[in-house]
Design a protein around this ligand. Structure first.
Ligand code: ZN
Length: 444
C-alpha cells in the first residue's frame, strides 16, 4: 500500500542558541494540513510570511556560509538542515515551524533533540498519499575533487566518503538505507564538526558564535577537543545527516542511491537543482488529446485514405477535425517515436524532418481540396513551396495541429497556406502550390 502523508499530533516547543549567530531562539512546531509541505514562519516579524522548505527558497549567504539557509523577500531562516533531516527521516510531510529569530537552535549539534521532541508529541498519519520522486536517470555533479551522484533505486540510500588531509580525520565511510529506524539509530545523534584551524578562522570572522566544544566536535591534531565521539565515523554520519536534510528541500520524498565523495551543502544544492529539473521533465503535464476537446472527428483515417493516395510510412494525417470542403481543413498528426524517419533522424536526438512537416501540411491541404466531390481520387503534385519558416523542432510525443487554408483554386491547381502548431505554438508555416491530376504520379 502506498504510504500516507504525515504531520505531528500536537504542538511542541524547543529553545536553544543558534550555532552561527549565537542568538537565543525559540521554535514551535505545529501540525499542518495535507499537501502543505514544511513551512517556516518568522513570528518576530510583523508580516506572517511563510517560507516553504523548497529548493527554490535556498539562499546562499556569504556571511553564514556553512549551513543551509532559506529566504524570501529578505526574510531569512538559517541552519534548517538538522531539523529537515529529522523530518525526512521520520517521514513527516506537513509541518509549520514558527521561529522568533533568524537561525534554528543548534541544540547538541545533532538532530537528536528535534527527533526526541517530535516522537514525544507523536506522528499523525493523514489521508493523502505521499508523492515520491524516483530518479529515472543518473545525475552527477562535481567540484574540485568533491562529487555527488544519484542513480535510480527503490528507496533512498546514501553512501558517503569523507576524506580530509588531517592526521585524525582521514578517510571515513558511511552507508545507510533511510527509514525512520535507521535514521534514529544511526544518524540522528551525529554532531556537526569542524577542524580546530577552521574553528579559529570562523571565530575570527565573527562566525560560529553559538558553537562550543559540546555542540560542535572540534578536531585537533590529537583528536576531538573536550568531547567524545558517539561513533568512530560520526563525522561521515553527520555529513549524511546534512545531505538528508538538504535533499528534503526537493519538497518531496526522494528515491535513489546517492554516492557522495566529500560533498557539502554547496554541491548538495547543485545536485538538488538537477534532480528538480529532471522531476520537471518527467512530470510535465501530458498533452491532452484531442487538443481541442470539443472538436469532433470530421474525417477518420479510413475517410482520409479514400481522399489521399498516400500510405504508410508516408501518410502524415491521423484525423481531420474541421473541414470546409474546397476552402480549409484542420488535421491532427500525432508524432510518435515509432515513426520510421526517427530511425535515422536522429536516433539519439529524434527530430521530425522539416520537409515532412511541409508534407503533412500539404496533405491536410490536399484533403481540403480533394474533399470537393469533383476532385476525389486525384493525385496532388507539388509545384512550389514558398515562405517556409521553421520556428520550433518537433519531437516524439508532440501533436501537430495543422491548418491548411486554400488561398487560390483553379480547375487543376490550388494554392494553400499551411500552419502547424504544437501546444498552440507555431512550429512551421509555408505557402504551397500543387496541381492535381489523375492517379499516375504521386508527389506530395
Ligand atoms: Zn550539519
Amino acid at each position: 500500500m502506498e504510504p500516507k502523508q504525515k504531520t505531528i499530533r500536537g504542538t511542541l516547543t524547543l529553545e536553544g542558541i543558534g550555532l552561527h549567530t549565537g542568538k537565543a531562539v525559540k521554535i514551535t512546531l505545529k501540525p499542518a494540513e495535507e499537501n502543505a509541505g514544511i513551512l517556516f514562519r518568522r513570528v518576530d516579524l510583523p508580516s506572517s510570511l511563510d517560507i516553504k522548505a523548497d529548493f527554490a527558497n535556498i539562499v546562499v549567504n556569504k556571511n553564514i556560509p556553512r549551513c543551509t539557509s532559506l529566504g524570501k523577500n529578505g526574510v531569512m531562516i538559517h541552519t534548517v538542515e538538522h531539523l529537515m533531516a529529522v523530518l525526512s527521516g521520520l517521514e513527516i510531510d506537513n509541518l509549520l515551524v514558527e521561529i522568533n529569530e533568524e537561525e534554528l537552535p543548534g541544540l547538541d549539534g545533532s538532530s537528536v533533540d528535534f527527533l526526541t521532541a517530535i516522537k514525544k508529541v507523536g506522528i499523525q498519519e493523514q489521508k493523502a498519499l505521499r508523492s515520491f520522486f524516483a530518479v529515472r536517470e543518473p545525475i552527477w555533479v562535481e567540484d574540485r575533487g568533491s562529487s555527488v551522484s544519484i542513480v535510480p533505486a527503490d528507496d533512498l540510500k546514501i553512501s558517503y566518503l569523507l576524506d580530509y588531509e588531517h592526521p585524525f580525520l582521514d578517510s571515513q565511510f558511511f552507508d545507510v538505507r533511510l527509514n525512520p529506524d535507521s535514521f534514529e539509530k544511526q544518524v540522528a545523534m551525529c554532531r556537526t564538526f569542524c577542524l580546530e584551524d577552521e574553528a579559529d578562522e570562523l571565530k575570527s570572522k565573527g562566525l560560529g558564535k553559538g558553537a562550543n566544544f559540546q555542540n560542535t566536535l572540534v578536531v585537533g591534531k590529537k583528536g576531538v577537543k573536550e568531547n567524545r565521539l558517539r561513533f568512530d565515523n560520526e563525522f561521515a554520519r553527520h555529513k549524511v545527516l546534512d545531505l538528508i536534510g538538504d535533499l528534503y528541500l526537493l519538497g518531496r520524498p526522494l528515491k535513489g542511491h546517492i554516492v557522495a565523495v566529500k560533498s557539502g551543502h554547496h554541491l548538495n544544492f547543485e545536485l538538488l537543482k538537477k534532480i528538480a529539473s529532471q522531476k520537471e521533465k518527467y512530470e510535465a503535464k501530458p498533452v491532452s488529446f484531442p487538443t481541442n476537446p470539443i472538436a469532433k472527428t470530421e474525417l477518420d483515417i479510413s475517410a482520409i485514405m479514400k481522399l489521399l493516395p498516400h500510405r504508410y510510412p508516408f501518410l502524415f494525417v491521423d484525423r481531420i477535425i474541421e473541414i470546409e470542403k474546397g476552402q480549409r481543413a484542420v488535421g491532427l498528426k500525432n508524432v510518435t517515436f515509432n515513426e520510421l524517419f526517427f530511425q535515422g533522424h536522429f536516433p539519439s536526438r529524434p527530430v521530425m524532418p522539416g520537409v515532412l512537416m511541409i508534407e503533412a501540411m500539404a496533405q491536410v491541404g490536399g484533403v481540403a481540396v480533394l474533399a470537393e466531390g469533383q476532385n476525389e481520387g486525384k493525385v496532388p503534385i507539388f509545384m512550389s513551396v514558398n515562405n517556409v519558416k521553421f520556428r520550433k523542432i518537433v519531437s516524439p510525443g508532440d501533436q501537430l495541429v495543422i491548418e491548411a487554408v486554400v488561398l487560390k483554386k483553379k480547375s487543376r491547381m490550388a494554392q494553400i497556406h499551411g500552419e502547424a502548431k504544437v501546444q498552440d505554438q507555431v512550429v512551421v508555416e509555408a505557402d504551397m502550390m500543387f496541381s492535381y491530376g489523375d492517379a499516375t504520379v504521386a508527389s506530395t
